[in-house]
Design a protein around this ligand. Structure first.
Ligand code: KG4
Ligand code: ZN
Length: 363
C-alpha cells in the first residue's frame, strides 16, 4: 500500500511517502526561522507559510520517493511544475493521509484542504489521522530497506512528550489506546521553550537547553519537582515554570548570561525528574512488555540515557524512534497510522464531512 501523508498541525509543512510502514521519502519544511523572533509560533504566519509550501513539498516528496522505489517511475528532470508531478505520480499512490488534529486550527486547515483536493481530483481514499497517534506510532516506522526489525510486544506503555503534549499511553494493539496520564497545564517541551525564552535563548528551547546543560550544575537552583508523590500519573509544569520565573525575574542580563549553563541544567533536570518519576510509577502499575518513548523531547540524549538505565533496571525493552527526525513533527508518523487505519478499513466516508479538530482527542 502506497501512502502520501500530509502534516500541517503546527509550524512544519511535512509530507512523506510510505510503502506500508516503510518510509520512501519524508520532507519537513521548517518554519522556525519565521517564528523565532516572536519566541513562539504565530498562527497567521504559519498558515501563510503552509499555503506557500504545501504543493512544492508534496511534489518534492513524490519525486524523492520515485528515486528509492521502482514502482513509482522516475521523472525526467526539468520543465516540470507541481501539477505535472502530481499527474505523473499520484496514480501510483493508494491512500492519502492527513492530520486532522490536535493542533493550530488554521494550520491544520491548509493540509486538510490540500488532501481533500487531491483525494477528489485523483479519486483516492482518504484517512484522517490524530497527531498524537502519529507520535505514538513513530516507533513503528522503518526506513526504505525495512530497518529496524523490532519486536514490539503489547501491552506497550508510551511516554510521548513534545511542545504540545505530555502523555503516558497504554497501547494494547494498533488503534487500542488508553490515556493513563497527561499534562494538566503546560507540556514538557513547552516548559523548556518558555524557560528558554525567559533566559533570552529563543525558540525552540529544548535543543539549546540540552547543549548548555551539559556543562552546568544541576543543583545550582533548587526547583520544585511538580506532582511528585501526587496520586495518578498526570503531569504539571506550570508551577515549575513560575518558580523559575520568580527566581530569575530580578536578575540582571549579565547575571543570567553568566549562569546560562547552570540555569539550563537546573531547569532541565527538574523537567526530566518529573517525566521519569511519573512514567516509572505508571510502569509499575501497568506492567507493560515494552516501553516506547517519542515526541520532540525524546530527541534529548540525556533523557534517553536516563530512560535506558531505568528500563535496564526494570528488565524491560525500550525503544526510541529509529531516526532522530522522527521524534519531532513529521509526516512519516502520520503515514504509518494511516497504514494501520487503512488495514482496518477506516477511511473518510464523505470528504465534505472531514473538518479540522484543534482539540481532537486520542480516545
Ligand atoms: O514533536 P514536536 O516537533 O512538536 C510538537 O508536537 O510540539 O516537539 C517540539 C518540542 C519543542 O518544545 C522542543 O523544544 C522540544 O520538542 N525538543 C527538545 C529537543 N528537541 C526538540 N527538547 C529537549 N531536547 C531536545 N533535544
Ligand atoms: Zn507533535
Amino acid at each position: 500500500m502506497k501512502i502520501l501523508a500530509i502534516e500541517t498541525s503546527c509550524d512544519d509543512t511535512a509530507v512523506a511517502v510510505l510503502e506500508n510502514d516503510r518510509v520512501l521519502s519524508s520532507i519537513v519544511s521548517s518554519q522556525i526561522d519565521l517564528h523565532k523572533k516572536w519566541g513562539g509560533v504565530v498562527p497567521d504566519v504559519a498558515k501563510r507559510a503552509h499555503q506557500d509550501r504545501i504543493k512544492p513539498v508534496i511534489a518534492e516528496a513524490l519525486k524523492r520517493a520515485s528515486k528509492t522505489h521502482p514502482l513509482i517511475p522516475s521523472l525526467e528532470e526539468g520543465g516540470e511544475n507541481c501539477e505535472n508531478i502530481f499527474n505523473k505520480y499520484l496514480k501510483n499512490i493508494d491512500v492519502i493521509a492527513v492530520t486532522q488534529g490536535p493542533g493550530l486550527a488554521i494550520a491544520l486547515g491548509v493540509g486538510i484542504g490540500e488532501a481533500k483536493e487531491l483525494a477528489e481530483k485523483y479519486n483516492k481514499k482518504l484517512v484522517a489521522v490524530n497527531h498524537i497517534e502519529g507520535h505514538i506510532l513513530s516507533n513503528f516506522l522503518k526506513n526504505s530497506k525495512g530497518k529496524p526489525d523490532r519486536k514490539i510486544e503489547f501491552p506497550a506503555l508510551i511516554l510521548t512528550v513534545s511542545g504540545g503534549h505530555s502523555d503516558i499511553v497504554l497501547m494494547n494493539d494498533f488503534g487500542k489506546y488508553k490515556i493513563v496520564g497527561e499534562t494538566l497545564d503546560d507540556a514538557g517541551g513547552e516548559a523548556l521553550d518558555k524557560a528558554s525564552k525567559m533566559m533570552g535563548l529563543g525558540y525552540p528551547g529544548g535543543p539549546v537547553i540540552e547543549r548548555l546543560a551539559k556543562t552546568g550544575d544541576e543543583e545550582f537552583l533548587n526547583l520544585p519537582r511538580p506532582m511528585k508523590g501526587a496520586k495518578g500519573f498526570d503531569y504539571s509544569f506550570s508551577g515549575l515554570k513560575t518558580s523559575f520565573y520568580y527566581t530569575i525575574k530580578d536578575w540582571s542580563k549579565e547575571k543570567i548570561g553568566k549562569n546560562l549553563a547552570n540555569l539550563a541544567a537546573s531547569f532541565q533536570v527538574a523537567v526530566f525528574d518529573s517525566l521519569m518519576g511519573r512514567y516509572k510509577k505508571a510502569i509499575e502499575e501497568f506492567n507493560p512488555k515494552t516501553l516506547l518513548v517519542s515526541g520532540g523531547v525524546s530527541a534529548n540524549m540525556k533523557l534517553r540515557r536516563q530512560l535506558r538505565k531505568m528500563a535496564k533496571e526494570m528488565d524491560l525493552s525500550i525503544f526510541f524512534p529509529y531516526k532522530k527526525e522522527w521524534t519531532t513533527d513529521n509526516a512519516a508518523m502520520i503515514g504509518v497510522v494511516a497504514y494501520h487505519k487503512a488495514l482496518r478499513g477506516e477511511f473518510v466516508e464523505d470528504l465534505g464531512d472531514l473538518d479540522r479538530e484543534a482539540r481532537l482527542k486520542l480516545v
